[in-house]
Design a protein around this ligand. Structure first.
Ligand SMILES: NC(=O)c1ccc[n+]([C@@H]2O[C@H](COP(=O)([O-])OP(=O)(O)OC[C@H]3O[C@@H](n4cnc5c(N)ncnc54)[C@H](O)[C@@H]3O)[C@@H](O)[C@H]2O)c1
Length: 254
């Protein structure tokens, strides 16, 4: 796999959560193209099995491990299983996410619990589980998929969603501070307007309105996200840590 592409991740292992579709699927496939051994994980077990077959058919080294990241036990088992299948976890991409739309009054206890447990607890569990391993290796790259909403809020998604993404931006800095001395970097990305299943609630008019307001005059793609995640996962980014990189065509800048 990837004979024509630079094998930037040869000898490295990468674990991607929420890999069944969208951003996670794109980056997992690209990691394999660039020589990484990849663990694809998602709550959608059948879909990651299919992705596993696709990557394997193209010559990639891959294993699919189903996991609901809101379950501490499942996340700990995921890391254990990843190590037994591919030997280590050099790169962890915390990408799985849960989003619903609605007003503050419409946000039920169940929505609050689910949003926090997937988008925040899942990230905490995974980072805690890989830390001893990455410390022993003296190497690690952790990339958290946050959101523009974690910085700027939002008026159509449930307010719990932005709260979790803001928390991810904060924990990214704590992890960067605490694990930097061990050769481990931790960064986040803050995407906006990437046309995945999660964004199907935007109709054609809304998409056009947003695209018109984006300085580069287009919506985002999973390829845009994959390129940034892989840069932050590479050795070329070893002096960047604790950052949350905006990736939104200039729609929001800080
Ligand atoms: N698309 C955007 O514009 C955008 C903007 C900002 C942030 N994000 C973030 O990007 C990440 C990826 O989202 P996407 O846009 O590719 O959407 P997506 O819906 O295509 O992918 C999300 C994936 O996460 C998985 N997932 C959901 N709950 C899970 C759980 N409990 N355990 C394991 N996997 C679970 C889903 O099955 C799915 O495969 C999310 O964290 C999302 O919040 C996306």
């Amino acid at each position: 796999m990837g004979s024509e592409r630079h094998q930037r991740f040869a000898g490295k292992t990468a674990l991607v959560t929420g890999a069944a579709q969208g951003i996670g699927r794109a980056v997992a496939t690209d990691f394999a193209e660039e020589g990484a051994s990849v663990v694809v994980s998602d709550i959608l077990g059948d879909d990651i099995k299919k992705l596993e077959s696709e990557i394997r058919e193209r010559g990639g080294t891959v294993v699919a491990i189903p996991c609901d990241v809101s379950s501490r036990d499942q996340v700990e088992k995921l890391i254990e299983d990843a190590v037994s299948w591919v030997g280590s976890v050099d790169i962890l991409v915390n990408n799985a996410g849960y989003l619903t739309t609605g007003t503050i009054e419409e946000t039920t206890d169940e929505i609050i619990d689910r949003t926090l447990s997937v988008n925040l607890n899942g990230v905490l569990y995974a980072i805690r589980a890989v830390t001893p391993l990455m410390k022993r290796q003296g190497y690690g790259r952790i990339i958290n998929v946050a959101s523009i909403t974690g910085k700027n809020g939002d008026n159509s998604t449930v307010f719990a969603y932005g709260a979790t993404k803001g928390a991810v931006i904060s924990l990214t800095r704590s992890v960067a501070r605490q694990l930097g001395p061990f050769g481990i970097t931790c960064n986040a990305i803050a995407p906006h307007a990437v046309m995945t299943k999660m964004m199907e609630y935007w109709d054609a008019d809304k998409k056009q309105q947003i695209a018109d307001k984006i300085p580069v005059r287009r919506l985002g793609t999973v390829e845009d996200m994959s390129a940034l995640i892989r840069f932050l996962s590479s050795d070329e980014s070893s002096f960047i840590t604790g950052e949350t990189v905006n990736i939104n065509g200039g729609y929001y800048m800080d």
